[in-house]
Design a protein around this ligand. Structure first.
Ligand SMILES: [Zn+2]
Length: 206
């Protein structure tokens, strides 16, 4: 009996450990904190999940570092990428969106720009890139560059996803934006690349 009791204790500890581990796995719980929605510790901003005007991100150093390393590696292969947009506050997004609506009308503007409170740029984890010389108004041409092709093949190695992929416009509700990168961390970015899912599908939000 004396020998059995320590074994029972070990088994009990193992059961508690595995039950705990299971609970930490992916479930469909969405948490709201600091004015933003989180799914499994990943912040979610899309046309269904709004972010508060007062949500201010702490500097996302991990994401910025990963971006710099990625751009540097691309550079070594003769590719030139520049960052044209990163964090945008609610109020900056409001100004931008209003300009686009005045220029193109609400319907068209909504396809390529988010209403204030619905922009991933407010999280500090989204970045727009371009090649030098490619004018803002010719953004659509980025998809035909070698740089865009390289990003499609390699961004996940650095923890980034092409947030609004081609052919998934009906899910993301955004046009194909090969320049808009979202930092997610290597583990999830690689999984998403391998499964060819959008963030909405990956987190079962649709
Ligand atoms: Zn963007």
């Amino acid at each position: 009996m004396r020998k059995v009791i320590p074994w029972l204790v070990v088994i009990l500890i193992l059961i508690i450990y595995f039950l705990n581990k299971k609970q930490k796995g992916y479930d469909n719980t969405i948490i709201k904190k600091n004015g933003a929605y989180y799914f499994n510790s990943h912040i979610i901003v899309n046309k269904d999940y709004k972010i508060s005007p007062f949500y201010t991100p702490f500097p996302k150093l991990k994401a910025l570092n990963a971006l710099k390393i990625m751009i540097n590696d691309a550079n070594k292969q003769g590719l030139r990428l520049i960052i044209i947009s990163g964090f945008r506050s609610y109020f900056k997004q409001m100004r931008l969106f209003n300009i686009y609506v005045q220029r193109d009308g609400l319907k068209k503007a909504q396809l390529y720009s988010a209403k204030p409170g619905f922009s991933e740029h407010q999280t500090g984890l989204a970045f727009d890139v371009a090649t030098p010389g490619l004018h803002e108004s010719a953004k659509e041409l980025f998809q035909y560059t070698k740089e865009s092709e390289w990003l499609e093949d390699n961004a996940h190695h650095y923890g980034f996803i092409i947030r609004y992929p081609k052919g998934k416009e009906h899910i993301t509700q955004f046009m194909y934006e090969p320049w808009h990168l979202r930092y997610l961390g290597k583990k999830d970015a690689k999984k998403m690349k391998n499964t060819n899912l959008t963030l909405e599908e990956y987190f079962h939000l649709v």
